[in-house]
Design a protein around this ligand. Structure first.
Ligand code: G6Q
Length: 553
Protein backbone atom coordinates (compact mmCIF):
# COMPACT_ATOMS: atom_id res chain seq x y z
CA UNK A 1 0.00 0.00 0.00
CA UNK A 2 1.07 3.59 -0.54
CA UNK A 3 1.93 6.44 1.83
CA UNK A 4 -1.37 8.04 0.82
CA UNK A 5 -3.25 4.99 2.02
CA UNK A 6 -1.31 5.02 5.29
CA UNK A 7 -2.11 8.71 5.78
CA UNK A 8 -5.78 8.13 4.99
CA UNK A 9 -6.01 5.36 7.61
CA UNK A 10 -4.14 7.53 10.11
CA UNK A 11 -6.70 10.30 9.56
CA UNK A 12 -9.55 7.86 9.92
CA UNK A 13 -8.09 6.77 13.27
CA UNK A 14 -7.81 10.40 14.37
CA UNK A 15 -11.49 10.85 13.60
CA UNK A 16 -12.37 7.70 15.51
CA UNK A 17 -10.40 8.95 18.51
CA UNK A 18 -12.24 12.23 18.43
CA UNK A 19 -15.66 10.62 18.04
CA UNK A 20 -15.03 8.13 20.83
CA UNK A 21 -13.79 10.82 23.22
CA UNK A 22 -17.35 11.33 24.51
CA UNK A 23 -17.50 7.69 25.56
CA UNK A 24 -15.58 5.90 28.27
CA UNK A 25 -14.13 2.40 28.42
CA UNK A 26 -16.71 1.79 31.13
CA UNK A 27 -19.55 2.74 28.80
CA UNK A 28 -18.10 0.49 26.08
CA UNK A 29 -18.41 -2.40 28.56
CA UNK A 30 -21.95 -1.36 29.49
CA UNK A 31 -22.90 -1.39 25.80
CA UNK A 32 -21.25 -4.70 24.96
CA UNK A 33 -21.21 -7.63 27.38
CA UNK A 34 -19.05 -9.58 24.97
CA UNK A 35 -15.96 -7.38 24.95
CA UNK A 36 -13.76 -9.96 26.65
CA UNK A 37 -14.24 -12.62 23.99
CA UNK A 38 -14.08 -10.03 21.23
CA UNK A 39 -10.87 -8.40 22.48
CA UNK A 40 -8.74 -11.16 23.94
CA UNK A 41 -6.42 -13.71 22.40
CA UNK A 42 -4.50 -16.78 23.58
CA UNK A 43 -1.15 -18.02 22.31
CA UNK A 44 1.96 -19.84 23.54
CA UNK A 45 0.50 -20.33 27.02
CA UNK A 46 -0.42 -16.65 27.42
CA UNK A 47 -3.73 -14.85 27.49
CA UNK A 48 -3.83 -11.21 26.39
CA UNK A 49 -7.00 -9.36 27.37
CA UNK A 50 -6.98 -5.97 25.65
CA UNK A 51 -10.68 -5.27 26.11
CA UNK A 52 -10.03 -2.60 28.76
CA UNK A 53 -8.78 -0.22 26.08
CA UNK A 54 -10.85 2.45 24.37
CA UNK A 55 -11.22 0.47 21.18
CA UNK A 56 -14.07 -0.80 19.08
CA UNK A 57 -14.13 -3.35 16.28
CA UNK A 58 -13.93 -0.50 13.76
CA UNK A 59 -10.85 0.96 15.48
CA UNK A 60 -9.19 -2.42 15.37
CA UNK A 61 -10.03 -2.88 11.69
CA UNK A 62 -8.37 0.46 10.95
CA UNK A 63 -5.34 -0.42 13.06
CA UNK A 64 -4.94 -3.73 11.24
CA UNK A 65 -5.22 -1.88 7.93
CA UNK A 66 -2.59 0.57 9.18
CA UNK A 67 -0.20 -2.29 9.91
CA UNK A 68 -0.78 -3.63 6.41
CA UNK A 69 -0.32 -0.20 4.83
CA UNK A 70 3.00 0.13 6.68
CA UNK A 71 4.21 -3.15 5.19
CA UNK A 72 4.28 -5.16 8.41
CA UNK A 73 4.01 -8.52 6.64
CA UNK A 74 6.98 -7.73 4.38
CA UNK A 75 9.02 -6.38 7.28
CA UNK A 76 8.32 -9.54 9.27
CA UNK A 77 9.31 -11.74 6.35
CA UNK A 78 12.50 -9.68 5.90
CA UNK A 79 13.45 -10.13 9.55
CA UNK A 80 12.93 -13.91 9.50
CA UNK A 81 14.80 -14.11 6.17
CA UNK A 82 17.92 -12.57 7.71
CA UNK A 83 17.77 -9.38 5.62
CA UNK A 84 19.73 -6.45 6.99
CA UNK A 85 16.77 -4.61 8.44
CA UNK A 86 19.02 -2.83 10.96
CA UNK A 87 20.07 -0.50 8.19
CA UNK A 88 22.12 2.03 10.16
CA UNK A 89 24.42 -0.75 11.37
CA UNK A 90 24.04 -2.83 8.22
CA UNK A 91 23.04 -5.88 10.25
CA UNK A 92 20.47 -8.64 10.13
CA UNK A 93 18.20 -9.10 13.16
CA UNK A 94 17.92 -12.79 13.84
CA UNK A 95 17.41 -13.45 17.55
CA UNK A 96 14.59 -15.75 16.38
CA UNK A 97 17.24 -18.07 14.89
CA UNK A 98 18.72 -18.60 18.36
CA UNK A 99 15.56 -20.27 19.59
CA UNK A 100 14.34 -22.01 16.49
CA UNK A 101 13.88 -25.73 17.00
CA UNK A 102 12.21 -26.51 13.68
CA UNK A 103 14.14 -27.92 10.75
CA UNK A 104 14.37 -24.36 9.37
CA UNK A 105 17.77 -23.05 8.34
CA UNK A 106 18.61 -19.35 8.70
CA UNK A 107 21.00 -17.50 6.44
CA UNK A 108 22.83 -14.21 6.65
CA UNK A 109 24.71 -13.06 3.54
CA UNK A 110 24.08 -16.50 2.07
CA UNK A 111 25.80 -18.21 4.99
CA UNK A 112 23.99 -20.87 7.02
CA UNK A 113 23.99 -19.42 10.56
CA UNK A 114 21.92 -22.24 12.04
CA UNK A 115 25.00 -24.47 12.11
CA UNK A 116 26.84 -21.96 14.31
CA UNK A 117 23.80 -21.55 16.58
CA UNK A 118 23.52 -25.30 17.10
CA UNK A 119 27.22 -25.61 17.72
CA UNK A 120 27.20 -22.93 20.45
CA UNK A 121 24.08 -24.45 22.01
CA UNK A 122 25.90 -27.80 22.19
CA UNK A 123 28.95 -26.14 23.73
CA UNK A 124 26.83 -24.34 26.31
CA UNK A 125 25.01 -27.53 27.21
CA UNK A 126 28.27 -29.44 27.52
CA UNK A 127 29.88 -26.67 29.60
CA UNK A 128 26.90 -26.55 32.00
CA UNK A 129 27.04 -30.33 32.43
CA UNK A 130 30.77 -30.17 33.19
CA UNK A 131 30.40 -27.35 35.71
CA UNK A 132 27.43 -29.01 37.39
CA UNK A 133 29.14 -32.39 37.64
CA UNK A 134 32.33 -30.79 38.97
CA UNK A 135 34.39 -32.00 36.02
CA UNK A 136 35.07 -28.35 35.19
CA UNK A 137 36.15 -27.21 38.63
CA UNK A 138 38.12 -24.41 40.24
CA UNK A 139 41.91 -24.32 40.46
CA UNK A 140 41.92 -26.03 43.85
CA UNK A 141 39.58 -28.76 42.62
CA UNK A 142 36.53 -27.37 44.40
CA UNK A 143 33.26 -27.16 42.44
CA UNK A 144 32.35 -23.82 40.87
CA UNK A 145 29.08 -23.14 42.67
CA UNK A 146 29.10 -19.35 42.33
CA UNK A 147 28.78 -17.42 39.11
CA UNK A 148 29.47 -13.72 38.68
CA UNK A 149 28.18 -12.36 35.39
CA UNK A 150 30.03 -9.19 34.44
CA UNK A 151 28.20 -7.26 31.75
CA UNK A 152 25.96 -4.25 31.27
CA UNK A 153 22.85 -3.26 29.33
CA UNK A 154 21.84 -6.10 27.05
CA UNK A 155 24.62 -8.26 28.47
CA UNK A 156 23.16 -7.94 31.96
CA UNK A 157 19.48 -7.04 32.15
CA UNK A 158 18.09 -10.07 30.29
CA UNK A 159 20.02 -12.77 32.16
CA UNK A 160 19.52 -10.99 35.49
CA UNK A 161 15.78 -10.71 34.93
CA UNK A 162 15.46 -14.34 33.77
CA UNK A 163 17.52 -15.74 36.66
CA UNK A 164 15.28 -13.86 39.09
CA UNK A 165 12.12 -14.94 37.30
CA UNK A 166 13.11 -18.61 37.37
CA UNK A 167 14.01 -18.74 41.04
CA UNK A 168 11.84 -21.85 41.66
CA UNK A 169 14.01 -23.66 39.10
CA UNK A 170 17.37 -22.76 40.67
CA UNK A 171 19.70 -25.69 41.20
CA UNK A 172 20.24 -26.09 44.92
CA UNK A 173 23.53 -24.73 46.19
CA UNK A 174 24.19 -22.59 43.12
CA UNK A 175 24.32 -18.82 43.20
CA UNK A 176 24.43 -16.26 40.39
CA UNK A 177 25.42 -12.65 40.94
CA UNK A 178 25.46 -9.84 38.44
CA UNK A 179 27.87 -6.94 38.29
CA UNK A 180 27.11 -4.18 35.81
CA UNK A 181 27.75 -0.71 37.19
CA UNK A 182 31.20 0.83 36.75
CA UNK A 183 30.69 2.21 40.26
CA UNK A 184 33.37 0.19 42.07
CA UNK A 185 31.00 -0.38 44.96
CA UNK A 186 29.05 -2.82 42.83
CA UNK A 187 31.88 -5.25 42.19
CA UNK A 188 33.34 -4.64 45.65
CA UNK A 189 30.02 -5.70 47.23
CA UNK A 190 29.84 -8.87 45.14
CA UNK A 191 33.49 -9.83 45.66
CA UNK A 192 33.19 -9.25 49.40
CA UNK A 193 30.97 -12.32 49.65
CA UNK A 194 32.75 -14.45 47.05
CA UNK A 195 35.07 -17.41 47.46
CA UNK A 196 37.73 -17.30 44.69
CA UNK A 197 38.10 -21.08 44.67
CA UNK A 198 34.40 -21.59 43.92
CA UNK A 199 33.65 -18.62 41.67
CA UNK A 200 33.28 -18.63 37.91
CA UNK A 201 33.43 -15.19 36.27
CA UNK A 202 31.48 -14.77 33.06
CA UNK A 203 32.62 -11.73 31.12
CA UNK A 204 29.59 -10.98 28.96
CA UNK A 205 30.24 -8.37 26.31
CA UNK A 206 29.27 -8.48 22.67
CA UNK A 207 31.98 -5.99 21.71
CA UNK A 208 34.40 -6.69 24.56
CA UNK A 209 35.21 -2.98 24.54
CA UNK A 210 32.54 -1.63 26.90
CA UNK A 211 34.28 0.53 29.50
CA UNK A 212 32.22 -0.66 32.47
CA UNK A 213 32.57 -4.35 31.71
CA UNK A 214 36.26 -4.23 30.93
CA UNK A 215 36.94 -2.26 34.14
CA UNK A 216 34.90 -4.71 36.24
CA UNK A 217 36.49 -7.74 34.58
CA UNK A 218 39.99 -6.33 35.21
CA UNK A 219 39.13 -5.76 38.88
CA UNK A 220 37.77 -9.30 39.16
CA UNK A 221 40.96 -10.67 37.62
CA UNK A 222 43.17 -8.65 40.00
CA UNK A 223 41.09 -9.82 42.98
CA UNK A 224 41.34 -13.42 41.81
CA UNK A 225 45.12 -13.27 41.37
CA UNK A 226 45.55 -11.45 44.68
CA UNK A 227 43.72 -14.30 46.41
CA UNK A 228 46.60 -16.65 45.68
CA UNK A 229 45.63 -18.00 42.27
CA UNK A 230 48.12 -17.93 39.41
CA UNK A 231 47.80 -16.68 35.80
CA UNK A 232 47.25 -20.21 34.53
CA UNK A 233 44.29 -20.61 36.93
CA UNK A 234 42.42 -17.90 35.01
CA UNK A 235 41.46 -20.55 32.45
CA UNK A 236 39.50 -22.36 35.17
CA UNK A 237 37.65 -19.32 36.46
CA UNK A 238 37.03 -16.91 33.57
CA UNK A 239 34.89 -17.43 30.51
CA UNK A 240 33.81 -14.89 27.90
CA UNK A 241 30.61 -14.46 25.90
CA UNK A 242 31.47 -12.27 22.96
CA UNK A 243 31.57 -11.65 19.24
CA UNK A 244 35.12 -10.33 19.71
CA UNK A 245 37.29 -13.40 20.23
CA UNK A 246 40.52 -11.44 19.72
CA UNK A 247 39.85 -8.97 22.56
CA UNK A 248 38.65 -11.74 24.88
CA UNK A 249 41.83 -13.72 24.22
CA UNK A 250 43.98 -10.63 24.79
CA UNK A 251 42.24 -10.18 28.13
CA UNK A 252 43.61 -13.60 29.06
CA UNK A 253 40.60 -15.84 28.52
CA UNK A 254 41.43 -19.26 27.07
CA UNK A 255 40.04 -19.72 23.54
CA UNK A 256 38.13 -22.85 24.62
CA UNK A 257 36.35 -20.69 27.25
CA UNK A 258 34.99 -18.20 24.72
CA UNK A 259 31.39 -18.73 23.66
CA UNK A 260 30.65 -16.79 20.54
CA UNK A 261 27.64 -15.03 19.17
CA UNK A 262 27.16 -12.84 16.17
CA UNK A 263 26.58 -9.25 15.12
CA UNK A 264 23.04 -10.15 14.02
CA UNK A 265 22.12 -10.62 17.69
CA UNK A 266 21.29 -7.22 19.20
CA UNK A 267 22.46 -6.67 22.80
CA UNK A 268 18.97 -6.32 24.24
CA UNK A 269 17.82 -9.39 22.29
CA UNK A 270 20.78 -11.53 23.31
CA UNK A 271 19.67 -13.53 26.34
CA UNK A 272 18.83 -16.39 23.97
CA UNK A 273 22.45 -16.59 22.83
CA UNK A 274 25.62 -17.48 24.76
CA UNK A 275 24.75 -14.38 26.85
CA UNK A 276 22.25 -16.69 28.58
CA UNK A 277 25.02 -18.85 30.08
CA UNK A 278 24.41 -17.51 33.60
CA UNK A 279 20.74 -18.53 33.28
CA UNK A 280 21.67 -22.02 32.09
CA UNK A 281 24.16 -22.49 34.91
CA UNK A 282 21.62 -21.37 37.51
CA UNK A 283 18.55 -23.33 36.33
CA UNK A 284 20.16 -26.09 34.28
CA UNK A 285 20.62 -26.23 30.53
CA UNK A 286 17.36 -28.13 29.97
CA UNK A 287 15.37 -25.33 31.61
CA UNK A 288 17.31 -22.77 29.57
CA UNK A 289 16.31 -24.69 26.46
CA UNK A 290 12.67 -24.65 27.64
CA UNK A 291 12.93 -20.86 27.84
CA UNK A 292 14.11 -20.83 24.22
CA UNK A 293 11.38 -23.24 23.17
CA UNK A 294 8.70 -21.08 24.82
CA UNK A 295 9.93 -18.10 22.83
CA UNK A 296 9.95 -20.23 19.69
CA UNK A 297 6.26 -21.08 20.16
CA UNK A 298 5.52 -17.34 20.29
CA UNK A 299 7.70 -16.82 17.19
CA UNK A 300 5.71 -19.41 15.28
CA UNK A 301 2.46 -17.78 16.36
CA UNK A 302 3.79 -14.35 15.35
CA UNK A 303 4.90 -15.72 12.00
CA UNK A 304 1.67 -17.47 11.10
CA UNK A 305 -1.35 -15.91 12.84
CA UNK A 306 -3.38 -13.33 10.91
CA UNK A 307 -2.97 -9.79 12.32
CA UNK A 308 -6.41 -9.72 13.95
CA UNK A 309 -5.53 -12.85 15.97
CA UNK A 310 -1.82 -12.21 16.36
CA UNK A 311 -0.90 -11.43 19.96
CA UNK A 312 2.26 -9.33 19.37
CA UNK A 313 0.61 -7.47 16.49
CA UNK A 314 -2.48 -6.72 18.59
CA UNK A 315 -0.37 -5.60 21.55
CA UNK A 316 1.55 -3.31 19.19
CA UNK A 317 -1.60 -1.88 17.60
CA UNK A 318 -3.28 -1.18 20.93
CA UNK A 319 -0.04 0.50 22.05
CA UNK A 320 -0.02 2.68 18.92
CA UNK A 321 -3.68 3.59 19.50
CA UNK A 322 -3.00 4.65 23.10
CA UNK A 323 0.21 6.49 22.27
CA UNK A 324 -0.75 8.28 19.07
CA UNK A 325 -4.51 8.72 19.28
CA UNK A 326 -5.58 8.56 22.92
CA UNK A 327 -2.67 10.57 24.32
CA UNK A 328 -0.83 8.20 26.68
CA UNK A 329 2.81 9.34 26.95
CA UNK A 330 3.91 6.71 29.42
CA UNK A 331 3.36 3.00 29.68
CA UNK A 332 3.59 1.12 32.99
CA UNK A 333 4.67 -2.52 33.25
CA UNK A 334 3.08 -3.96 36.37
CA UNK A 335 3.90 -7.61 37.04
CA UNK A 336 1.91 -9.09 39.93
CA UNK A 337 4.74 -11.52 40.52
CA UNK A 338 7.68 -10.87 42.80
CA UNK A 339 9.91 -13.03 40.61
CA UNK A 340 9.27 -10.63 37.75
CA UNK A 341 10.55 -7.70 39.81
CA UNK A 342 13.25 -6.94 37.23
CA UNK A 343 10.95 -7.39 34.25
CA UNK A 344 10.03 -3.67 34.07
CA UNK A 345 13.73 -2.72 34.07
CA UNK A 346 14.40 -5.26 31.32
CA UNK A 347 11.51 -3.91 29.26
CA UNK A 348 12.60 -0.35 29.84
CA UNK A 349 15.69 -1.13 27.85
CA UNK A 350 14.00 -3.37 25.31
CA UNK A 351 11.31 -0.81 24.53
CA UNK A 352 12.97 2.56 25.10
CA UNK A 353 16.30 1.68 23.47
CA UNK A 354 14.45 0.17 20.51
CA UNK A 355 11.74 2.72 19.91
CA UNK A 356 13.11 5.86 21.56
CA UNK A 357 13.86 7.24 18.09
CA UNK A 358 12.85 10.35 16.18
CA UNK A 359 14.20 9.68 12.69
CA UNK A 360 12.64 7.52 10.05
CA UNK A 361 14.74 4.98 8.15
CA UNK A 362 15.68 7.60 5.55
CA UNK A 363 16.86 10.12 8.17
CA UNK A 364 13.81 12.40 8.13
CA UNK A 365 12.01 13.51 11.29
CA UNK A 366 9.17 11.22 12.33
CA UNK A 367 5.71 12.62 11.77
CA UNK A 368 4.22 11.27 14.99
CA UNK A 369 5.18 10.37 18.56
CA UNK A 370 7.16 7.13 18.91
CA UNK A 371 8.03 4.98 21.97
CA UNK A 372 6.45 5.99 25.28
CA UNK A 373 8.28 6.32 28.59
CA UNK A 374 8.25 2.80 30.05
CA UNK A 375 8.47 2.21 33.78
CA UNK A 376 7.12 -0.11 36.42
CA UNK A 377 7.38 -2.03 39.64
CA UNK A 378 5.82 -5.24 40.80
CA UNK A 379 2.32 -5.19 42.27
CA UNK A 380 1.18 -4.81 44.90
CA UNK A 381 4.13 -2.60 45.95
CA UNK A 382 3.48 -0.07 43.18
CA UNK A 383 -0.08 0.39 44.47
CA UNK A 384 1.32 1.92 47.62
CA UNK A 385 3.65 4.16 45.68
CA UNK A 386 2.99 5.62 42.23
CA UNK A 387 -0.46 4.24 41.27
CA UNK A 388 -1.98 7.41 42.73
CA UNK A 389 -0.84 9.28 39.61
CA UNK A 390 -2.18 6.51 37.39
CA UNK A 391 -5.62 6.87 38.99
CA UNK A 392 -5.95 10.61 39.44
CA UNK A 393 -2.95 12.36 37.86
CA UNK A 394 -3.28 14.78 34.96
CA UNK A 395 -1.27 12.57 32.59
CA UNK A 396 -2.75 9.54 30.95
CA UNK A 397 -0.66 6.41 31.54
CA UNK A 398 -1.46 3.09 29.89
CA UNK A 399 -0.43 -0.13 31.62
CA UNK A 400 0.21 -3.85 31.22
CA UNK A 401 -0.78 -5.98 34.19
CA UNK A 402 0.93 -9.39 34.24
CA UNK A 403 0.12 -12.35 36.52
CA UNK A 404 -0.06 -16.13 36.83
CA UNK A 405 -3.16 -18.06 37.89
CA UNK A 406 -1.02 -20.34 40.06
CA UNK A 407 2.01 -19.25 42.04
CA UNK A 408 5.14 -21.28 42.70
CA UNK A 409 4.58 -20.41 46.35
CA UNK A 410 0.88 -20.85 46.98
CA UNK A 411 1.43 -20.15 50.65
CA UNK A 412 -1.66 -19.46 52.71
CA UNK A 413 -3.96 -17.05 50.94
CA UNK A 414 -1.19 -14.89 49.44
CA UNK A 415 -1.86 -15.63 45.84
CA UNK A 416 -5.61 -15.03 46.05
CA UNK A 417 -4.86 -11.73 47.75
CA UNK A 418 -2.40 -10.85 45.02
CA UNK A 419 -4.82 -11.74 42.23
CA UNK A 420 -7.67 -9.84 43.82
CA UNK A 421 -5.46 -6.75 43.82
CA UNK A 422 -4.47 -7.36 40.20
CA UNK A 423 -8.12 -7.53 39.15
CA UNK A 424 -9.18 -4.64 41.39
CA UNK A 425 -6.62 -2.31 39.88
CA UNK A 426 -7.47 -3.07 36.25
CA UNK A 427 -11.14 -2.66 37.11
CA UNK A 428 -10.57 0.61 38.96
CA UNK A 429 -8.50 2.04 36.11
CA UNK A 430 -11.24 1.19 33.64
CA UNK A 431 -14.29 2.13 35.72
CA UNK A 432 -13.09 4.87 38.03
CA UNK A 433 -15.66 6.26 40.42
CA UNK A 434 -18.14 9.02 39.61
CA UNK A 435 -18.76 11.92 41.97
CA UNK A 436 -22.25 10.58 42.67
CA UNK A 437 -20.84 7.20 43.61
CA UNK A 438 -18.29 8.86 45.87
CA UNK A 439 -20.96 11.03 47.50
CA UNK A 440 -23.29 8.05 48.02
CA UNK A 441 -20.48 6.12 49.70
CA UNK A 442 -19.75 9.10 51.96
CA UNK A 443 -23.41 9.53 52.82
CA UNK A 444 -23.71 5.86 53.67
CA UNK A 445 -20.72 6.24 55.99
CA UNK A 446 -22.51 9.10 57.74
CA UNK A 447 -20.76 12.06 56.03
CA UNK A 448 -23.18 14.65 54.74
CA UNK A 449 -23.30 18.38 54.04
CA UNK A 450 -21.02 20.66 51.98
CA UNK A 451 -17.79 19.05 53.27
CA UNK A 452 -18.98 15.74 51.91
CA UNK A 453 -19.33 17.37 48.51
CA UNK A 454 -15.72 18.61 48.53
CA UNK A 455 -14.48 15.25 49.75
CA UNK A 456 -16.54 13.54 47.06
CA UNK A 457 -14.68 15.60 44.45
CA UNK A 458 -11.36 14.31 45.83
CA UNK A 459 -12.70 10.77 45.83
CA UNK A 460 -13.82 10.97 42.22
CA UNK A 461 -11.79 8.86 39.81
CA UNK A 462 -12.07 9.55 36.10
CA UNK A 463 -11.25 5.92 35.20
CA UNK A 464 -10.95 5.45 31.42
CA UNK A 465 -7.30 4.42 31.89
CA UNK A 466 -6.35 1.90 29.19
CA UNK A 467 -4.86 -1.38 30.42
CA UNK A 468 -3.95 -4.81 29.09
CA UNK A 469 -3.98 -7.92 31.23
CA UNK A 470 -1.53 -10.70 30.45
CA UNK A 471 -2.12 -13.99 32.23
CA UNK A 472 -0.38 -17.32 32.25
CA UNK A 473 -1.17 -20.48 34.16
CA UNK A 474 2.24 -20.49 35.88
CA UNK A 475 5.48 -18.64 35.40
CA UNK A 476 7.66 -21.38 33.88
CA UNK A 477 10.70 -21.26 31.60
CA UNK A 478 8.34 -21.76 28.65
CA UNK A 479 5.85 -19.02 29.57
CA UNK A 480 8.67 -16.63 30.45
CA UNK A 481 10.21 -17.26 27.02
CA UNK A 482 6.86 -16.61 25.36
CA UNK A 483 6.30 -13.45 27.40
CA UNK A 484 9.66 -11.95 26.45
CA UNK A 485 9.17 -12.87 22.78
CA UNK A 486 5.71 -11.25 22.87
CA UNK A 487 7.28 -7.94 23.86
CA UNK A 488 10.17 -8.27 21.41
CA UNK A 489 7.77 -8.71 18.51
CA UNK A 490 5.38 -6.04 19.78
CA UNK A 491 8.23 -3.53 19.81
CA UNK A 492 9.35 -4.59 16.34
CA UNK A 493 5.81 -4.13 14.93
CA UNK A 494 5.54 -0.67 16.46
CA UNK A 495 8.89 0.30 14.98
CA UNK A 496 7.67 -0.76 11.53
CA UNK A 497 4.48 1.28 11.86
CA UNK A 498 6.40 4.32 13.09
CA UNK A 499 8.93 3.83 10.28
CA UNK A 500 11.94 3.82 12.62
CA UNK A 501 14.90 1.48 13.13
CA UNK A 502 14.17 -0.42 16.36
CA UNK A 503 17.54 -2.14 16.31
CA UNK A 504 20.21 0.54 16.60
CA UNK A 505 21.10 2.56 19.73
CA UNK A 506 23.14 5.62 18.81
CA UNK A 507 22.15 7.27 22.09
CA UNK A 508 24.15 4.62 23.98
CA UNK A 509 27.17 5.26 21.77
CA UNK A 510 27.09 9.04 22.44
CA UNK A 511 27.38 8.48 26.19
CA UNK A 512 30.29 6.05 25.70
CA UNK A 513 32.22 8.61 23.57
CA UNK A 514 31.69 11.58 25.90
CA UNK A 515 32.67 9.62 29.03
CA UNK A 516 35.96 8.67 27.35
CA UNK A 517 36.70 12.32 26.60
CA UNK A 518 35.93 13.48 30.14
CA UNK A 519 37.85 10.76 31.97
CA UNK A 520 41.31 12.49 31.87
CA UNK A 521 39.79 15.64 33.39
CA UNK A 522 38.83 13.90 36.61
CA UNK A 523 41.62 13.89 39.20
CA UNK A 524 42.92 10.70 40.76
CA UNK A 525 42.56 10.72 44.57
CA UNK A 526 45.19 13.13 45.93
CA UNK A 527 46.38 13.80 42.39
CA UNK A 528 46.08 16.15 39.44
CA UNK A 529 44.06 16.03 36.30
CA UNK A 530 44.17 17.38 32.79
CA UNK A 531 43.38 21.09 33.30
CA UNK A 532 42.06 21.72 29.79
CA UNK A 533 38.70 23.39 30.10
CA UNK A 534 36.74 23.06 26.92
CA UNK A 535 33.39 22.20 28.35
CA UNK A 536 30.34 24.26 29.19
CA UNK A 537 30.30 26.30 32.39
CA UNK A 538 28.22 23.76 34.26
CA UNK A 539 30.44 20.78 33.39
CA UNK A 540 33.58 22.84 34.14
CA UNK A 541 32.09 23.94 37.47
CA UNK A 542 31.22 20.38 38.43
CA UNK A 543 34.68 19.10 37.44
CA UNK A 544 36.33 21.84 39.56
CA UNK A 545 34.18 20.98 42.55
CA UNK A 546 34.91 17.26 42.25
CA UNK A 547 38.65 17.75 41.63
CA UNK A 548 38.94 20.10 44.58
CA UNK A 549 37.62 17.32 46.90
CA UNK A 550 39.53 14.51 45.21
CA UNK A 551 42.80 16.50 45.15
CA UNK A 552 42.61 17.01 48.90
CA UNK A 553 41.65 13.42 49.67
C1 G6Q B 1 21.77 -3.20 23.69
C2 G6Q B 1 22.77 -2.15 23.66
C3 G6Q B 1 23.58 -2.01 24.93
C4 G6Q B 1 24.68 -3.06 25.08
C5 G6Q B 1 25.63 -2.63 26.18
C6 G6Q B 1 26.73 -3.63 26.42
O1 G6Q B 1 21.04 -3.46 22.78
O2 G6Q B 1 23.57 -2.29 22.55
O3 G6Q B 1 22.78 -2.03 26.07
O4 G6Q B 1 24.13 -4.31 25.34
O5 G6Q B 1 26.16 -1.38 25.87
O6 G6Q B 1 27.47 -3.83 25.27
P1 G6Q B 1 28.49 -5.03 25.16
O7 G6Q B 1 27.74 -6.30 25.25
O8 G6Q B 1 29.17 -4.84 23.84
O9 G6Q B 1 29.45 -4.89 26.31
Amino acid sequence: MSTEQRDAIWQSLEKRASSISGQTIRSLFEDDGDRFSRFSVEAAGLLLDYSKNKITKETLDDLVALAQACGLENAKAAMFAGEKINQTENRAVLHVALRDFSARVFHVDGENVTLGVENVRRRLSDFCARVHSGEFSGYSGRPLTHVVNIGIGGSDLGPLMAVDALRPYWIKGRQANFVSNVDGQHIADVLAGADPERTLFIVASKTFTTQETIANAATAKEWFLASGASEKDIAKHFVALSTNEKAATEFGIAPENIFEFWDWVGGRFSLWSAIGLSIALQVGYSNFEKLLRGAHVMDEHFRAAPPEKNMPVLAALVGIWNRNFIGANAHAILPYDQHLARFPAFLQQLDMESNGKSKTMDGANVAQATGPVVFGEPGTNGQHAFYQLLHQGTDLVSADFIASAISAADTGDHHRLLLSNFLAQTQAMMRGQTKDEARDALNEAGHAGPDADILAAHKTFPGDRPTNSILMEKLTPETLGALIALYEHKIFCQGVIWGINSFDQWGVELGKTLAKELLPKIAKLGGDADQTRSDDASTDGLINWINDRRGKA
